[in-house]
Structures are given as C-alpha cells and as structure tokens.
Ligand binder design. Structure first.
Ligand SMILES: Cc1cc2nc3c(=O)[nH]c(=O)nc-3n(C[C@H](O)[C@H](O)[C@H](O)COP(=O)(O)OP(=O)(O)OC[C@H]3O[C@@H](n4cnc5c(N)ncnc54)[C@H](O)[C@@H]3O)c2cc1C
Length: 423
C-alpha cells in the first residue's frame, strides 16, 4: 500500500461539481459502502474523504499477522488501489472533513473546499482512548489503531529482546501481547480487570486466554494501571503501577479502548448517544445523513436496543446496509454481531448479543483444558451468544441457534455427541 498522494484533493473553493454521495472516513466501512454502491447499480458520483494518507485498509491484521511479519500490505486492503479509479470513485486521502452542514447539504474539507452532497455517510470510526498518565508523552509510548502504529512496533518487536509494557487487558492488548511475545519480547500486561477479557466473555473464559499467555511467558499485573510512565533522556524506561510495582519498559502501549469519532456529527447537531445514534436503516437524526461502522450506535431489530459494535464484521455489514439505505432501498442492520481473535495458537470466533449475556447461563461443549470448545450463553432457555475456540465450521450452526430463538436442552447443548440439528 502506498502513501497515496491525493491527486483528487481539489484546491480550496466551493466546488461547482454535481452533488453525489460523499463517504467520510477511509476505513473498512467506507470501502465496503463504496463497493456496495457500485454493486447496487449506482453510477452517480461517489467521493471518499479520508484523513489518513492511506487508501482504505482494514485493521485486524495490524495486531496479528501484519505485526508479526507473516502478512504483507495486501492483507490490509479490502479493495485493491486500482478499484477506485476503475469504478470512478474519487478517493481523497490525507485530508479531513472539518464540517458537515445538513441544511445546505455540504461538507467542508480541511483546505476550505466545500463539496455538495445528495447523501452523506459518516464512517469516521473510532480513535484510541487517551489517558493522561504522567509521562504519556515520552518517546516510546504508543497507542495502537493505525497502520503506522503497527509498522513502528513491528520494527521495534522484530528481533526480540525488548521489554514491552502493555496497559489494557482487552482484545487488542491481548493480541499485541501474544504477537510481541512470539517475536521474542518480554511482555508485562496491566489491566483493571482481575482476569483479562472478562468484561467481554467472563472470567472463566478469560482465564483460558490468560493461561495460554502465561504459558508463553507473558506476565500479568492485575488489577493495576499505570500511576506514572518514567523516562530517561525523554525516552520511556519503566512504568510504575498503581500497585507500586516498577516494570522496566523499552516500549509502552496504551490499549484501553476507543472512543467514537463524533466531532463532525456533534457539531452538525446530530443526535449523539454513545456514538452517532442511527435507526436500523442507519439513518441519523438529520435527513440524508447516514452513519455506519465503529462510530454508529444502531438500533438492532432483534434486541430492540441500540448497540455500537467495534468489530470488523460490523464494518462490512453496516457499510453494505448504509449504501443500500442511501439508495433508498429497504435495508436493516439485523445481522447477528460477529467477531474473532487470534492469540498464539488460540483461534476464536464469537457470534451473538453481548448485552444479553450478562445474566445468561454459560454452557460449555467440549474441553476447556484442551482449549477446544464451544461456549454458549443461554438466557431463558435460548442461545443468545456462542463462541468457538479451536473448533471450526460451526458458526453457521451457532448463528442458526441464536436466530431461530428455539429453546434448547442445556445438557444436550453441552454434549458434543448431540448433533446441532438435534438441538
Ligand atoms: C489493531 C486492531 C485489531 C483489530 N482486530 C479485530 C479483530 O480481530 N476482529 C474484529 O472483529 N475487529 C477487529 N478490530 C476492529 C475493527 O478493525 C474495526 O471495527 C473497524 O476498523 C471499524 O471500521 P470503520 O471503517 O468503521 O472505522 P475505522 O477503521 O476507524 O476507519 C475510520 C477512518 O475514518 C477516518 N476519519 C475520522 N474522522 C475523519 C474526518 N473528519 N475526515 C476524514 N476521515 C476521518 C479515520 O482516521 C479512519 O481512518 C481491530 C481493530 C484494531 C485497531
């Protein structure tokens, strides 16, 4: 992927161009929406405005195969660079949209240019949450979201021997810990949970991942955060934890979640509620303005509640729905939420409604100790979520159990000898 210069960025002016569809954001949601617009037969103008100096790319490999040096730049691209000119999609990279005006149906760019639109999609994603730890500005302290972060850390991790302090015990922190360890570095991970990942999947299942990390040599300081990041000559040298432990560090990575990029929407007066609030067709509170991907808090037709998903599959599903919706077609974001992770030799897929798992019964089918199992969350006799670890080709069956809403016998569910069709 090249640091694409932006030949399409117009000079500052109000453009006398035909209004069309503008997509703001250069991630997977934006790319999927643009592709869907063309697949659905829209042949009018499509413009993507992306503030990163990259053509649209996807992020999952950044903490896994790309960081490990096992995957190249191609693995990052949902669409090849040639797709955009071939499909007459104007791609402006390295320039931010700075204002949205729903009344005049215009978008203003950082260089002062104003572009007219018929419909606009806000696919502005999310940014790493920043915590003002003392010392956070020292050299060697990173957040992790962009390709540039992964490129920089790959260079540091490759060859091994670095002391890596990770703050954050969620998916991204755990993935980076695994990759850095595999590359021969010494990782200490801090987090506010007693057990990493327990906010997402509970302590019992979080322990499966944590134990695998411990086996590989990852050290955990839990529950603990950073009281201070200390440095020598402007470069990080250690982290003092809130529990008084000093962790030597050549590199510190702060991975404590993300916040949705709502500034444009907020300034434009759109309804904000944990992201940009949208209905199931991904319409915002302003006419002809849509939102999708990590930034959108969408009404789910099944749960009847709003949920903001920060996952790859949602970027794809919602990018498609937003495109159809912008074309006036009937579309609703009614997919069962899905995500995956890879850490060491643990591969996991999860489908379901996380919000419904809090009071659900956990049913295990398979062997936790061997790390080959399916975990089901059962609420009022029905499966509301399922997660397979090192067992494959079961996602369709899990999704079928969830979407059918049929009542299940938990003993049969736990029994690997009972085929899914008989559940
Ligand atoms: C390291 C990492 C690993 C991940 N791994 C997994 C995984 O294994 N499984 C999984 O399901 N999910 C994973 N995810 C989550 C997944 O990548 C996100 O859900 C997905 O990137 C969301 O896509 P998006 O296009 O909505 O937002 P983003 O990818 O955040 O893209 C939005 C883009 O819009 C740009 N933008 C923002 N404001 C403006 C503006 N005003 N003007 C122009 N451009 C703007 C942003 O800079 C950004 O480039 C991972 C995320 C990260 C960071």
């Amino acid at each position: 992927m090249s640091q694409t210069p932006s030949p399409a960025v117009p000079a500052a002016s109000t453009q006398e161009q035909e209004p069309g569809i503008i997509i703001i954001g250069g991630g997977l949601t934006a790319a999927t929406a643009a592709e869907t617009l063309r697949k659905e037969g829209w042949d009018g103008p499509v413009t993507i405005v992306a503030d990163e100096a990259e053509i649209p790319y996807q992020r999952p490999p950044l903490s896994k195969g790309f960081l490990a040096g096992k995957e190249g730049e191609d693995a990052l691209l949902p669409l090849p660079a040639t797709w955009y000119p071939e499909n007459n999609v104007t791609l402006m990279t390295g320039i931010a949209a700075t204002a949205l005006n729903p009344q005049s149906h215009t978008v203003t760019l950082a260089n002062g240019t104003t572009l007219p639109y018929t419909k606009v999609l806000l696919a502005t994603g999310a940014a790493p949450r920043r915590i003002p730890f003392p010392g956070v500005d020292l050299e060697g302290v990173y957040t992790f979201r962009a390709k540039a972060d992964s490129v920089a850390l790959k260079e540091l991790f490759t060859g091994g021997g670095k002391n890596v302090a990770l703050i954050g015990s969620g998916w991204i922190g755990m993935e980076i810990a695994a990759t850095a360890t595999e590359l021969g570095n010494k990782v200490v991970l801090m987090g506010l949970e007693e057990v990493p990942l327990s906010a997402a999947i509970g302590a019992q299942l979080g322990t499966v991942f944590t134990d695998r990390h411990k086996e590989a040599g990852v050290r955990f300081e839990l529950p603990a955060s950073a009281a201070e990041i200390l440095g020598t000559d402007g470069h990080v040298s250690s982290v003092l934890t809130t529990t008084g432990v000093t962790i030597p560090a050549d590199v510190v990575i702060v991975a404590v979640g993300v916040v949705p990029n709502i500034a444009l929407a907020q300034d434009a007066g759109l309804t904000i509620n944990n992201g940009i609030e949208v209905d199931a067709a991904l319409r915002t509170s302003a006419p002809d303005v849509f939102a999708a991907g990590d930034v959108a808090n969408a009404l789910h037709p099944v749960t009847g509640t709003h949920a903001r998903s920060e996952h790859w599959a949602n970027a794809i599903a919602s990018g498609k729905v937003a495109a159809k919706s912008m074309l006036g077609k009937d579309a609703a974001l009614d997919d069962i939420p899905y995500f995956y992770t890879d850490q060491f030799d643990l591969g996991m897929e999860y489908s379901g409604f996380g919000a419904l798992t809090k009071d659900a019964e956990l049913v295990i089918r398979g062997d936790l100790a061997k790390r080959e199992f399916i975990a089901f969350w059962v609420l009022d006799g029905r499966v509301v979520a399922g997660m397979n670890v090192n067992i494959w080709d079961v996602q369709d069956a899990i999704k079928d159990l969830i979407s059918s809403r049929r009542t299940v016998d938990t003993a049969a569910l736990a029994d690997p000898q009972t085929p899914f069709e008989r559940l």
